[in-house]
Ligand binder design. Sequence first.
Ligand SMILES: Nc1ncnc2c1ncn2[C@@H]1O[C@H](COP(=O)(O)OP(=O)(O)OP(=O)(O)O)[C@@H](O)[C@H]1O
Ligand SMILES: [Mg+2]
Length: 263
Amino acid sequence: MIDARQLSHEYPDGTTAIRNITLTIEEGERVAVIGANGSGKSTLQLALGGLIDTSTGTVEYFEETTDAEDVRDRLGVLLQDPDDYLFNTTVREDLEYGPAQLGMPRQAAARRIERLADRLGLSGLLDRAPFRLSGGEKQRAAVASVLTFDPDVLLLDEPLGAVDDRYRERILELMTAHEGTVVLFTPSPDLVPEVADRVILVGQNGSAVADGPVREILTDGSLLRDHGLRPPTTVQLFDGILDADEVPLTVSEARKYLSREMR
Ligand SMILES: Nc1ncnc2c1ncn2[C@@H]1O[C@H](COP(=O)(O)OP(=O)(O)OP(=O)(O)O)[C@@H](O)[C@H]1O
Ligand SMILES: [Mg+2]
């Protein structure tokens, strides 16, 4: 579905942000790309989303094209900075923009927007100017704006940074409910087991240093620490107490384990 070969990118000032990354993401996969600050996650996202011309390498989409513009309507690319999305006069116009560009019937678009606005607590903010939203509200509006046109692939760069717990859960639910492919880019391993089954770890020099099942990578404390990250909190908590194949990866798994053991 997304087939990236030997992607490297050097910015004009000479910074090498990603190095020789080759990866394939299949239809319906849930993948988390994790890595420390500055490791190259956002650059990789831009490359996969076809928003930069990488120095080397190619990305093939849906086995049909290497030009992202041919499949723009199938890619939902949420950039790290929500301000990059919100450029119309009102939040409503921002949410209507994607569906209108793609020629989605007005009524269907309106229904989708209404549902998303309701889920993401934006209903009362639709007539507000985007720059008058709080940080978390902006982020919710940006998330809504990539979901309005129901793309086949979501490439989401840190969609939860400024969002409170209630809406964090809602966004995670929307990601889980999404029927297509989801790729989440985040520096926070804690979030990963909630949405992904596969993890790609980007090392601090911008190369992909590991790619495998969530449990295998997130329970490997020394691998994560070598690349500037730490395992999820529950993994740290049960480290040395439970084997890697039993360690709870999420709070709800930890609760289940404890309630079983303490009965
Ligand atoms: N426009 C740019 N020009 C020059 N260097 C850049 C540019 N954008 C990013 N970089 C550099 O490229 C490297 C990778 O940056 P990138 O934004 O991809 O990292 P990241 O993993 O997304 O980090 P974060 O977790 O902080 O979002 C960093 O060293 C960064 O300073
Ligand atoms: Mg980033």
